[in-house]
Design a protein around this ligand. Structure first.
Ligand code: NAD
Length: 728
């Protein structure tokens, strides 16, 4: 045995310890499943063994299933997937029934799971099949079934067991949203039975095993007369839950995520039958989801490629560890405060500079308010809040930057202000790498103020900093490898996902998102009904419609960007039709959500009420309206073509960054796996035909880039299909 170790003691307890060699986190593999079964068979067959404790030799219990296994199952086709999943069900059912007589339900051996830390995916599905689950009460541990986040759903009995344990309503946040609470919250929600002090974990599990009665081993769903908590679909209470859940999921996802629909079907159909039939139903729906291209695209982008980037796929070779110890943040406004907050939360000492002591203190107060909010929501402890705040020193004196090894500047978007700040900061901290958080100014231009341009680069955070996972690192023409490595190591400390892009107008994310917003506004100018634009965008899987997005980021920002772009492009500027709408909105003071007036109407608290009725009068409705698909094609294609142009121009060096950056940075239809995955799915030849058709009707912005045309000719793809191993 390698993954599971077996030891029986004089109390008659067999301890099965999961400890996959050579990995920091346990993951399940076919070999692991076979070993686990052998260990259980041994314990069940040994008359000297009274009960079993299943635990881990690592700090955590398990991260989930090895995705290699899923890829291997997939290669065999639906029949092999179904057979593989059913084999897992049989094993977990064997553990759950633990040798008891099927008729009398007597004679079983108690099985306790003892989770020292994180238990995700099959790492929780396995404990759910045990008779009692203990978890060490560690704040940083995560317990849950996050499969839905990568386009799957729990397929090793987790769906069926959790719904029968908690009821469909209470299980919904864990199955449908993939929430992964810390042990204490997991216990409160009923995912596990006990959250115990770390040092007592094994003793408590053993004590339970020794004291367990035969009745403790029979799961509620194996008892005669079992009723599902909250009711089944044909129970009056259950009916509303199921109708409501279905409506909620469709309302949120517009049906573009096959896993969400399959999960609901598995839950609904499973609730109508006995437990073992429900497992078969779960396996059938899981098989269908795994053979759908959406799951493959999401796993690749949101798991494999994201993880590769986080682990340093783009880190320059040979540069020693550049972890940040002391960070200087200049500008204690919205972005600077956010950056200081996430850095301090990651354990980094921070100096937060603004023009006056009051402004710097206001930045710190803003951070304290954010942390208080997290505290109230139970996402943070008081100790952690205090420790985070204690790491931030506000100051108006650049001299306080001495000793900083990284400086991030987030002052006003004004080249003159930024140049002055650069000079003063570089003088105060001569060893530091210097980064600007600019969203629109070229790095090459800002680096002119630097005396050490090799140590100067862009680190572009998105707003709100504490929630957005993507960070764009921008390499200027003179930026050296050390600076890039420093930025990557910093992002890693923050547990965010980096992409490294080249210095060109709007870098990558904004370069693609601006055409999306502009296409939506352009349609309003054409007389397309605004609700059609917004709904088509949501139905294509965009989290926010283009008109809502421009309201959120503010219409005056849109005007500023348009004005600057027009000045730079001169006669080539393609967006006058967009500006006609944008500038008119700005003139009328409809600056977006912050003004409580934009493309949408708002109440006085800033809550969106609906699209502003005044739009119809200002931009009259055209006699003929496009179909939903046409609007969707325009909105997705305009972004995807821009992403291809960014790749063609070398702004992007890696398709993985293009996909991950798009999904994490601006929510490009996550079901698709990103713009390049979307184009691969359509096929280059069809994508070129679509783009040419759109170009003929709507303008040259849809003309397919040469790279895509060449790919159509050669039958190539942006990303080859391969089964890189990883876990979920
Ligand atoms: P902000 O106006 O909220 O904050 C700017 C802060 O910089 C203010 O507190 C101001 O007092 C301070 N400041 C100005 N001059 C200074 C100086 N000489 N020395 C020290 N402090 C000075 O702006 P923000 O939204 O936080 O944006 C800051 C930067 O981040 C800009 O470059 C912006 O383009 C970029 N950015 C903004 C967003 C966003 O969504 N707001 C997103 C990404 C990047």
């Amino acid at each position: 045995m390698t993954d599971f170790h077996y030891a029986a003691d004089s109390d008659g307890i067999a301890t099965i310890t999961w400890d996959v060699p050579g990995r920091s986190m346990n993951v399940m593999s076919p070999e692991g499943l076979a070993e686990l079964e052998a260990a259980f068979d041994r314990a069940l067959g040994d008359p000297g063994v009274r009960g079993i404790v299943l635990t881990s030799g690592k700090a955590d219990f398990a991260g989930g299933m090895d995705l290699k296994v899923l890829a291997g199952m997939k290669a065999g086709g639906p029949g092999a997937i179904f057979a593989g999943v059913m084999a897992i069900h049989r094993l977990l059912r064997k553990i759950e029934r633990s040798g008891m007589d099927p008729k009398t339900q007597r004679g079983g051996k108690p099985v306790a799971a003892a989770l020292p830390g994180t238990a995700l995916g099959i790492g929780l599905e396995l404990p759910l099949a045990c008779h009692r689950t203990f978890a060490a009460d560690r704040e940083e541990a995560r317990i849950g079934l996050p499969e839905i986040r990568v386009g799957l759903f729990p397929g090793a009995g987790g769906t069926t067991r959790l719904v029968r344990r908690l009821g469909a309503m209470a299980a919904a946040p864990f199955l449908l949203e993939g929430q992964t609470p810390a042990p204490k919250a997991a216990k409160a929600a009923g995912l596990i039975d006990e959250a115990v002090p770390e040092g007592e974990l094994l003793d408590r599990a053993r004590a339970w095993v020794l004291a367990a009665t035969e009745a403790d081993l029979v799961k509620p769903w194996d008892r005669p007369g079992y009723r599902m908590p909250g009711g089944t679909p044909y129970h009056p209470a259950g009916f509303m839950t199921f109708v409501g859940a279905s409506a909620m999921v469709m309302g949120r996802t517009f049906g573009v995520y096959p896993a969400a629909r399959a999960l609901l079907s598995a839950v609904y159909e499973g609730a109508l039958v006995d437990f073992d039939t429900a497992l078969r139903i779960e396996a059938r729906h899981f098989t269908a989801v795994l053979t759908d291209p959406t799951a493959e695209a999401m796993i690749r982008t949101l798991f494999l490629d994201k993880e590769a980037l986080e682990k340093g796929a783009r880190r320059p070779a040979g540069v020693p560890d550049q972890r940040v110890r002391r960070l200087g943040v200049i500008g204690a406004g919205m972005m600077g405060a956010g950056i200081a907050q996430v850095a301090a939360a990651a354990g980094i000492e921070v100096v937060l500079i603004d023009t006056t002591p009051e402004a710097a203190a206001a930045g710190l107060a803003r951070i304290a308010a954010e942390l208080d909010k997290a505290l109230r929501r139970g996402r943070l402890t008081a100790d952690r809040k205090d420790a985070t705040l204690a790491r931030i020193v506000p100051s108006a004196d650049h001299a306080a930057l001495a000793g900083a090894d990284l400086i991030v500047e987030a002052v006003f978007e004004d080249p003159a202000v930024k140049a002055e700040v650069t000079r003063r900061a570089e003088a105060a901290a001569p060893e530091a790498v210097y980064a600007t958080n600019t969203s629109t100014l070229p790095i090459a231009e800002l680096a002119r103020a630097s005396i050490r341009p090799a140590d100067f680069l862009g680190i572009h955070f998105f707003s709100p900093v504490d929630r957005m996972l993507l960070v764009e690192i921008i390499r200027g023409p003179a930026t050296g490898d050390r600076a890039v490595a420093k930025a990557l190591d910093f992002v890693r400390q923050l547990r965010k996902t980096p992409i490294v892009v080249r210095d060109a107008r709007f870098f990558y994310a904004n370069r693609c998102i601006i055409p999306y917003v502009n296409e939506g506004i352009r349609m309003v100018a054409e007389g397309v009904v605004p609700a059609l634009v917004e709904n088509a965008a949501r139905m294509a899987g965009m989290p926010v419609g283009p008109l809502q997005l421009v309201d959120e980021t503010s219409i005056d920002l849109g005007v500023r960007i348009a004005t600057a772009t027009k000045a730079a492009l001169g006669a080539d500027y393609p967006d006058d039709a967009v500006d006609a709408v944008l500038f008119r909105m700005a003139e009328e003071g409809r600056l977006g959500r912050k003004a409580r007036a934009g493309f949408y109407a708002y109440d006085e608290t800033g809550t969106r009420l609906g699209l502003w009725p005044g739009l119809a009068e200002r931009f009259p409705r055209a006699a003929t309206q496009p179909g939903v698909a046409e609007v969707q094609d325009r909105l997705l294609m305009v972004q995807a073509l821009e992403a291809v142009r960014a790749l063609e121009a070398g702004v992007l060096a890696d398709v993985r960054e293009g996909n991950v950056g798009a999904v994490l940075g601006w929510g490009f239809a996550p079901w698709s796996g990103g713009p390049f995955a979307w184009l691969d799915r359509i096929g280059a030849a069809r994508a070129v035909a679509m783009a040419r058709d759109l170009a003929a009707r709507h303008g040259a912005r849809f003309a397919p880039p040469a790279m895509l045309v060449a790919m159509a000719g050669s039958g190539g793809r942006f990303q080859a299909l391969d089964g890189t191993p990883a876990t979920i």
